[in-house]
Design a protein. Structure first.
Length: 250
């Protein structure tokens, strides 16, 4: 399997791994990495950095939308091997340390195994390290002034969008009109019956009601390109994209 790296805007690449995405933001010789895929996606992650002319050493920060294994997979590797800071919402820091785990359980997957796509997805997730123990030993909370754009490639602004997990965030790139939505809003998933803007199926959310409410937060972000945690990029007003997902969720 090769890394599927797609340039979606100047200095912005969406990478499709094994059923999950990450985003590479480049500026000169520096890179911001948003999410890291499954543990088993590590070579794909390294290949994707090479594909944009970069390397792990050039990553100035790893920003994590939320601490599920399919987004956290190589964060500790980058921190330990290259000293890269791993940054999350303060509520997500203990989740990344694995003081608790807000993630779909094996029992929930079994209970939903009759649904189309669930069993093949679950088998792939297991092979990719979906149940592996991959804590980040020294995750860092976002700085106190995180409501403004950071001095990182892409100038990301974290936006708290709880529900999928308590500390889930999206990242707004105001200069580019881009929203990196993580799992607060996706455009496809192997276990979903529809394509296009939507919430993930209910079993994946820690608090589905809050996940639905967070779509209103996304709808307030100006932009015309949404990069989801699962599925292809979606072009069009982010407000309309988020409200379409909310309409489908009720």
């Amino acid at each position: 399997m090769r890394a599927d790296v797609r340039q979606v805007a100047d200095g912005i690449h969406l990478v499709h791994g094994s059923d999950t995405n990450w985003v590479i933001l480049t500026e000169g010789d520096e890179v911001t990495l948003v999410d890291t895929g499954y543990p088993g996606d590590r070579q794909l992650l390294l290949d994707s950095l090479a594909a944009v002319g970069s390397s792990p050493e050039a990553v100035t920060a790893v920003l994590i939308t939320h601490a599920h294994n399919d987004h956290l997979g190589s964060a500790e590797y980058l921190r330990a091997a290259h000293g890269t800071p791993v940054l999350l919402h303060p509520a997500e820091v203990p989740h990344a340390r694995r003081e608790f785990l807000h993630q779909v359980t094996v029992g929930q997957v079994v209970a939903n195994s009759w649904r189309p796509g669930v069993l093949p997805w679950a088998l792939r997730a297991l092979r990719s390290g979906g149940t592996a123990h991959v804590p980040v030993s020294a995750p860092e909370p976002f700085p106190a002034a995180a409501a403004a754009a950071w001095d990182l490639p892409g100038r990301p602004v974290p936006v708290h969008t709880p529900g999928h997990t308590d500390g889930h965030v999206a990242f707004h790139l105001p200069d580019a009109g881009v929203v990196i939505a993580g799992d607060a809003l996706v455009t496809a998933h192997p276990t979903a019956r529809i394509r296009g803007p939507q919430l993930l199926p209910g079993m994946f959310h820690h608090d589905r009601a809050r996940a639905v409410a967070s779509l209103d937060v996304l709808a307030e972000l100006p932009g015309d390109l949404l990069l989801p945690g699962h599925g292809p990029a979606h072009r069009g007003p982010v407000r309309e994209t988020a409200l379409q997902a909310k309409e489908r969720a009720v």
